[in-house]
Design a protein around this ligand. Sequence first.
Ligand code: HEC
Ligand code: HEC
Length: 202
Amino acid sequence: MVRRAVDTARRSLAAPALFAGVVFWGLPTLPALAQVLPAKAQVCAACHGADGNSVTPGSPSLAAQPRLFLENTLVMVREGLRDIAVMRGMLKGFTDAEISAVARFYSSQTLKPQPPAADAARVARGATLSKAALCGTCHLPDYSGREQMPRLSGQREDFLFSSMRDFRDGSATGRDTIMAATLRGMSDEELRDLAHYFAQKP
Ligand code: HEC
Ligand code: HEC
């Protein structure tokens, strides 16, 4: 019930409102990115890195994420639908145009590779699992993501694992329920294999 309400809110809120925002504000305001990032978004760098490459445990990198995914997510966080405890209240007062600017900034940053720590057996298991579960049909075969589907390749391994565990356990409040269905029945070990595989993927 709650899930359905959240899903409905997500659809009605994120899609048309933001789409209008992008069309309306996207063209006239394209000065240098540094100028376009609102001053109040400086705080984000503390956890996500100035260029969107996070070195903070548990905080995802935002660099090279699809712009639409970032916009949708930021609206969900601003509206309190996706509840991230450490970010609570941080997006309050951001206009749709400012959210678009933040999304544009991070999506155009270059993602740096994760430190090499590849466990070949884990990588192989993760690749097999991902192929069998058809993860690439939505996240793309190279897992770079598109539109509302986030990039998985090169993301922090700790965040990939915890976000998949939250989806599987039904505790990913305000997130797309499609992911819970995809990961249903997977063990923690399998999620670790997947996280390791995606993190190490260029
Ligand atoms: C105190 C640390 C902290 C600060 C400051 C912070 N974040 Fe976050 N952010 C997090 C954590 C931790 C998560 C992951 C939450 C989860 O596990 O789902 C997150 C998740 C996100 C996500 C979702 C990414 C994904 O791949 O799912 C976006 C987008 C985001 N933050 C943007 C921002 C922006 C924009 C700001 C500044 C206004 C900001 N954050 C400030 C810690 C922070
Ligand atoms: C039907 C399309 C679809 C399939 C198939 C799918 N995903 Fe997703 N995935 C999504 C969408 C959409 C999101 C964004 C959810 C949200 O933000 O609410 C997502 C989010 C994620 C995230 C969170 C990343 C982040 O930055 O927040 C991870 C990790 C993930 N998927 C892994 C997987 C894995 C592993 C598989 C295969 C077992 C998979 N996905 C299959 C659509 C899909």
